[in-house]
Design a protein around this ligand. Sequence first.
Ligand SMILES: [Zn+2]
Length: 323
Amino acid sequence: MSYSKEVLRRAKLRLEEDNRKKQAEYEDNLNRAYTLRPRLREIDRELRTTAAGIVSVCFSRGQDPSLAIEQIKKKNLQLQEERQWILDEAEIPEDSLDDSPLCALCGGSGYRNGAMCECLHELCRQEQRHVLAPLFPTGRERFDTFSLDVYPDRYYPSIGTTPRNLMQKNLSFCKKYAADFSASSPSLLFSGATGLGKTFLSACIARQVTEKGFGVVYASAGQLFSDFENVKFDRADASTVEDYEAADLLILDDLGTEMTSPFVLAALYRLVNDRMLGKKPTLISTNLRPENLEARYGGQIASRLVGAYSLLVFEGEDIRMQR
Ligand SMILES: [Zn+2]
């Protein structure tokens, strides 16, 4: 599982903030209680002293410390009883003075035994949804809201079937792909004209893969290449580009709409090749037909996209025009 640096940065920031809030709330409550019943402050101070007392007795040499420890324990118990009695009498809820950490599993650090704790995982999932928000403009981007009715039900010789049949197959494929997604899933190439549901199905996959806890990064081709350019010319932090290279699933939308240049070709080649060597799944959608990829991007890139990606062809009439 590899969340993008940006998602991880935001999630850690929130964890820090939550820890700080919890601590501040505790201190507020404690100060209020001390103001209300000043004896509480004395008791807490004494409790700290007796705890330190036990430690020092344990370290003292030459005599049996057990009697001293027994006395300290007894004193400790008396103080705790008095404290409880004051809290009850002043009607101060005990849990308002609870200074246990935000997360009992990791102590609020976000990590335990060298792995990410569920509390930080959940924050990452939330932050990832936030970062991917441009993919979910309506919030309805789910497989079960994908409507096949908008695809023509008449035979298209170009695809040898009806667009509705074709899209039914694409939908089933994408559902299975998302359900079975793993770090070694194949890469996908969505090819078809604008407005045929490529981005919608990408979003459905992104949502489900995100919910499974994988790191998903989404960018339009224009955005991605401009990020590469900004990093190259030191106008942006390198982490932007590193996120594209490291994401568990990279979704590159609208390939073919960018201005092609030698720089774009080199960046695309490096990205496609590096992710392929690293066996990292990539989902590219393009308005270009597979047979036109070579003319635009050259043989090296086209052969990788056509050869190693699973191709899904999108056909029909612009569904956005019909709505
Ligand atoms: Zn935790």
